[in-house]
Design a protein around this ligand. Sequence first.
Ligand SMILES: Cc1cc2nc3c(=O)[nH]c(=O)nc-3n(C[C@H](O)[C@H](O)[C@H](O)COP(=O)(O)OP(=O)(O)OC[C@H]3O[C@@H](n4cnc5c(N)ncnc54)[C@H](O)[C@@H]3O)c2cc1C
Length: 467
Amino acid sequence: MNDRSKKQVVVVGAGITGLAAAWELSKSGQVHVTVIDKDDRVGGKISSNDMDLDAGPDGFIARGAPAIELCNELGLSEDLVSPKSSGAFILTQHKLRKLPGGLFMGIPSNLRSIALSKIISYKGLVRAALDLLRPATSIGDDISVYDFIASRLGVEICENLVEPLLGGIHAGNAHQLSMKEVAPFILNNYKRSLIMDLSKIRSKAPSPPGPAFTTVKGGLYNLPLSLYRALVSKNNVTFMLGTQALRAKGLTLTLDNSQTVQFDSLLLATPAWATKNFVNADIAARLNSISYASVGVVSFEIPRIDLPEATGFLVPPREGYLITAATWLSNKWPYFDNSKTYLRASIGKIDNTHWQELSDSHLIDQAYMQLRQATLSLGVELPVSPRQACVTRWVDALPQYNVGHRKLIEAISPSQGVFLAGAYLNGVGVPACIESGREAARTILDTLDLTPTLRQGDCGRSSFNNS
Ligand SMILES: Cc1cc2nc3c(=O)[nH]c(=O)nc-3n(C[C@H](O)[C@H](O)[C@H](O)COP(=O)(O)OP(=O)(O)OC[C@H]3O[C@@H](n4cnc5c(N)ncnc54)[C@H](O)[C@@H]3O)c2cc1C
């Protein structure tokens, strides 16, 4: 029941950002939170498909403190699992080759291991070595991944290693992605030679022990589900699922069922292209200029087969494949039933949209054929056809952190009472989204004048004890 004596906070979007914000807000006990989502389920991109597999993200970086903290608060710490294999392959001239160690987001800190991997030609290696001699690259206000990496290490390293890795995470184009946004750590430490800088960083601060990724047992989709269950058990949170928010005027939000909702604070935890409908024309124009990549995920079940030790493989664009990456799910996560093998293929990038016109059956056939073809180069033969397959299409899903993104974001300041959070602000990964939601919630709690809500009859103490 909505306690009208409390300040009303409305959160639009029940993806991980909105749910994390609702969690933070509800813990204060001082506000009533209404979470609205146009879908009839929570989780947004974190969701399952008809095969009960993750249809969106399947894990997050284990060093992503905000996500780990949230899992601990939800009592999920025992359910966090690490990948059971490590390493990945990359497709080079139709053959899978193991990605060498010492890569930092695809950027090598050691040319010897790159030479041994045979991913880069002799000419490409000689060009990369010139990084040690060339004068420093001028960064200016910002620089694209392509301009920076190609100027240091040459086009081949950029296109065959960095683009598939960095571009794969963002489904972006290295010519447009901002080096400052997608690899700030590298740029902040950059002096002259990139290889020397990276090897210095590695020797000073070797990678922390333990696996780099983690997930929730059974699938990452269990995270928003647990969060939802924890939130609905609170008496200061209401969900309105299957309801689209249309516009906001003053302190009133209009919904697609002609209802209106009054708020003291409105948090828009929606993609930039949806958020623009609730803000003034100037902010809307800025939000509109953030482009989004559409991607597809094709999941497969096949009879059990032993795959080499790795989590999957990457496909550089120049290989001409439909798929951009493959995850060998049952090799990667330990919670799968050993009698079957699950695989998934990723499709689509910001500059590759033709797949969207293809039917699901075409995507399934082509993606499976390419998975089979690539795996065959390791001497492993997948069955002729999968037992089960399904396609998830994520339209306008991944915000592009292109050159100049920070300036664009910094210029956005919504009107009083309206707050923004989400994957287009401070990072696309699950931990960054959680932090964005919780940070916005804390700002809302700081901004609201909460003292007057403790009216006669309110029990201040118990209302703080909801968490
Ligand atoms: C295929 C794929 C794989 C990924 N893999 C990884 C990974 O392995 N690791 C990782 O860390 N990250 C990964 N990501 C990124 C990560 O999943 C997302 O950035 C993150 O989940 C976004 O969360 P969000 O809550 O900000 O947005 P969303 O999940 O998009 O949630 C926004 C919500 O707002 C709702 N909404 C929109 N408009 C309205 C409206 N007008 N009214 C009501 N509701 C509305 C939507 O229905 C949606 O539920 C991946 C993303 C994709 C697509």
